[in-house]
Design a binder for this molecule. Structure first.
Ligand SMILES: [Zn+2]
Length: 394
């Protein structure tokens, strides 16, 4: 098995910073990292020299609907190939394929297709040389149907449903057990039992598209909800006498909050408020990207409805924001521009989402034994090279 040796001016693991660093990749995994004086280079290795660059782990996107002209709800290999290739160009090496609210049968049909694709790509050839550069789909995020009609954003109202454990079970079965996140509105009847059964099935219960007041949100957190979906967006607004879901999340250190840092969904100061309240360790950069990502302006589908993209901003017919065209490399640049230290920004796109998904140690980290998912960043944080499970970069 031939090895690839990455020489970088510095790496951010991201918990540690190593300058003049070397990463040895054999097969799909990292087999050594350290300062160049400490590492024995395997014979016959291929070198990738990233002079002047910072190498970080590949980004992990917990909320993404599509890219490259396709939507995950299409559920077929062609669409999923296009999506995973498009985001890999921007340094995203792992995604959680995110559904939108749709009728149960249609959702199950999509889930079956996505699950088939995931299973077929779980164990890539050990030799990465001929594999195309594509992000790995780690599982599925169900965004809907258990959401609030009042805070539905662009999700179609007719398919919105009350939280029901039987429906979740149906989805989990269709998805071959690959559901990783379920978004729900905390205030709906049945939310508590849905959260409990999600947690029992090792699914992250996430609060989103919700009109919950503070007490309802607290009850959901008590039941086991640990993540907030596109924080601030599609949530009951904060008020000092009615702090609501936003107040509950800002004050609970256990709950991670994902943020769409595209300069459109959330004002910079609001991101600073979030970080100020929760610290860097509970904030996750997510894209909420749709099919139009990496594509020109125009009309695209999100689930089974149409959105129009103008100047990179996606809206439905009523002018409501409909996901984004954000990629995580841009999200990283956006938060760094707000004053977030690079190391913390990288953690928000790598190790923190990996931890939330329960795949820390394998994803979102440069460590011996972890998947060789790497991004070489220029000093102005542009992506210069990407490796996914040992394929690419050279
Ligand atoms: Zn949403």
């Amino acid at each position: 098995m031939s090895a690839t040796v990455v020489h970088a001016s510095r790496i951010l693991t991201p918990d540690e910073e190593i300058s003049d660093a070397i990463i040895v990749v054999e097969g799909r995994r990292i087999t050594a990292i350290g300062h160049r004086d400490e590492i024995r280079i395997p014979e016959g290795a291929t070198d990738y020299v990233a002079t002047g660059m910072t190498v970080v782990p590949g980004f992990v996107d917990v909320h993404i609907h599509g890219a490259g002209g396709h939507d995950v709800m299409e559920g077929n290999a062609r669409a999923l190939d296009r999506i995973t290739s498009a985001v890999a160009q921007h340094g995203t090496t792992s995604i959680v394929a995110t559904t939108v609210t749709a009728p149960v049968e249609a959702t199950c049909h999509s889930l079956e297709g996505i699950a088939r694709y995931i299973r077929a790509h779980e164990n890539p050839d050990e030799a990465g040389d001929n594999r195309p550069l594509r992000a790995e789909i780690l599982g599925i995020h169900l965004e809907g149907p258990f959401i609030s009609k009042a805070r539905r954003g662009v999700h179609p109202p007719d398919a919105i449903a009350k939280p029901a454990v039987e429906t979740l079970d149906k989805f989990v079965k269709a998805a071959d057990g690959l559901v990783k996140i379920v978004t729900l509105a905390a205030e709906l009847p049945g939310a508590g039992s849905l959260i409990e059964s999600a947690v029992a099935a090792k699914i992250v219960a996430a609060l989103g598209h919700t009109d919950a007041n503070y007490d309802q949100a607290r009850a959901a957190i008590q039941a086991g909800a640990r993540h907030a979906v596109h924080f601030y967006n599609a949530m009951r607004p904060f008020s000092h006498r009615d702090p609501g879901i936003i107040g509950a999340i800002l004050t609970d250190p256990e709950v991670t909050a994902e943020i769409i840092a595209d300069g459109v969904h959330v004002a910079g100061a609001a991101i600073q408020v979030l970080i100020g309240c929760k610290g860097y360790d509970a904030v996750i950069l997510a894209s909420d990207a749709i099919a139009a990502t990496g594509m020109p302006d125009g009309n695209y589908r999100l689930g089974d409805f149409e959105v129009t993209v103008k100047d990179g901003v996606a809206r439905n017919g009523e002018g409501k924001l409909a996901g984004s065209t954000l990629t995580l490399d841009r999200a990283l640049r956006e938060v760094v521009a707000l004053g977030v230290p690079l190391r913390e920004a990288v953690r928000m796109a790598t190790v923190l989402p990996a931890r939330r998904l329960g795949v820390a140690g394998k994803k979102g980290i440069i460590a011996v034994g972890a998947d060789a998912d790497l991004v070489a960043l220029t000093p102005d944080l542009r992506v210069a090279g990407v490796m996914t499970r040992g394929a690419g970069l050279a």
